[in-house]
Design a protein around this ligand. Structure first.
Ligand SMILES: Nc1ncnc2c1ncn2[C@@H]1O[C@H](COP(=O)(O)OP(=O)(O)OP(=O)(O)O)[C@@H](O)[C@H]1O
Ligand SMILES: [Mg+2]
Length: 346
């Protein structure tokens, strides 16, 4: 482990979120979207957990449940030892200062009629972190500089900025309340690759300076790789594999992780074909396949996989995977991205 303090800052156990589907003239519940079903993980201070998986697998739902922006259907969430789901409105208000979120599209999350000073300053005033207008203005200017923007931009409006600059404003707003934990929900996904790298570097620097923990959500493994200490891979509402980043890249144990890794573009001429095609589309979370949810697309699936859900078990130290056929994983080619990681590790 990279960091000293191993006590969890955020701990999630058996998290579940079902969205009811209502139909009829007098609406009644006819089914559930099983968006998140039994997800557990923990995060220590200054640590980044990457959360990846295809669109619709439940990543945003996990992030919002942890911050209690939506109410989970079941499970436990604790923050610095406190039970988040049992908290009163007052307790939650205090907590909201300590936990923040950065969104994919800063434009839709920034009020177009508010200047940067208002947007970034509002949260500070709400939590009474500044005592005067002048102090607020100073602090906003400082924050702008810290996220790489000119301090004279305080009076500008969101439409006057580029996508990357708007994301920097979103980061400044999150930092304004001096949080300890930030959920970054596809925070760089909408940006050009070169801008992505700049924002990822900024987030890494800020993490070190301000002792932040991140839950870093993205659909792309390549994006989370350089910022994450550990990565959890989600499929249809469940975590199917979790490991330290280099271990996950070098030794992927779940067929789904292998398929995701094999889709990462690698900057070398094609040496061998290692692409693992995924059959069909992601099934509906309203009626997921029985047993292992991935079995309908899995090249290793057998009849057994339909009977029960494979538990997430520790296969190597700190490396968990949920599959009945881990002993057969070498039947699938090792993705090029994994080979390169292994070679780099020597
Ligand atoms: N308010 C809602 N009501 C009903 N279903 C919802 C609601 N919000 C999300 N869902 C469904 O829950 C599932 C998980 O959604 P979620 O947004 O958490 O996925 P995601 O992994 O963040 O996807 P993406 O990569 O597209 O952002 C999806 O099937 C989605 O359609
Ligand atoms: Mg999402």
């Amino acid at each position: 482990m990279k960091h000293g303090d191993t006590r969890p800052l955020v701990e999630v156990k058996h998290l579940q979120k079902f969205y009811p589907i209502r139909k009829g003239l007098i609406p009644h519940v006819v089914g559930n979207v099983q968006a998140v079903n039994d997800v557990s993980f923990s995060l220590t201070r200054r640590e980044t957990l990457g959360l990846v998986g295809e669109s619709g697998c439940g990543k945003t739902t996990v992030g919002r449940c942890v911050l209690r922006l939506i109410e989970p259907t079941g499970g436990q969430v604790s923050f610095d030892g406190a039970d988040v789901l049992a908290m009163s409105a007052g307790g939650l208000r205090t907590l909201r200062r300590r936990m923040q979120i950065i969104f994919q599209d800063p434009y839709s999350s920034l009020n177009p009629r508010h200047t940067v000073a208002e947007t970034v300053g509002d949260a500070m005033r709400l939590h009474r972190l500044v005592t005067s207008r002048a102090a607020c203005r100073d602090r906003v200017a400082q924050l702008l500089e810290r996220v790489g923007l000119n301090r004279n931009y305080v009076n500008r409006y969101p439409h006057e900025f580029s996508g990357g600059q708007r994301q920097r404003i979103g980061i400044a707003r999150a930092l304004a309340v001096e949080p300890e934990f930030i959920v970054c929900d596809e925070a760089v996904s909408a940006l050009d690759v070169s801008i992505q790298a700049q924002i990822l570097n900024l987030l890494s620097d800020l993490q070190r300076e301000m002792n932040l923990a991140y839950l870093f959500i993205a659909h792309d493994l390549a994006v989370v790789r350089h910022i994450s200490d550990r990565i959890a891979v989600m499929y249809l509402g469940q975590i199917v594999e979790e490991a330290e980043t280099d271990d996950l890249f070098a030794h992927p144990l779940h067929p789904y992780t292998r398929a995701l890794l094999s889709a990462i573009p690698v900057p070398v001429p094609k040496r061998v074909r290692t692409h693992i095609p995924l059959k069909g589309d992601v099934p509906s979370p309203i009626n997921p396949p029985s047993g292992c949810h991935f079995r309908t697309r899995c090249p290793l699936a057998t009849a057994e996989c339909a009977d029960s859900r494979p538990p997430l078990v520790e296969i190597r130290p700190g490396h968990r995977a949920a599959c009945f056929h881990i002993d057969r994983i070498e039947e699938l080619p090792l993705p090029l991205a994994s080979k390169l990681t292994e070679e780099a590790e020597g």
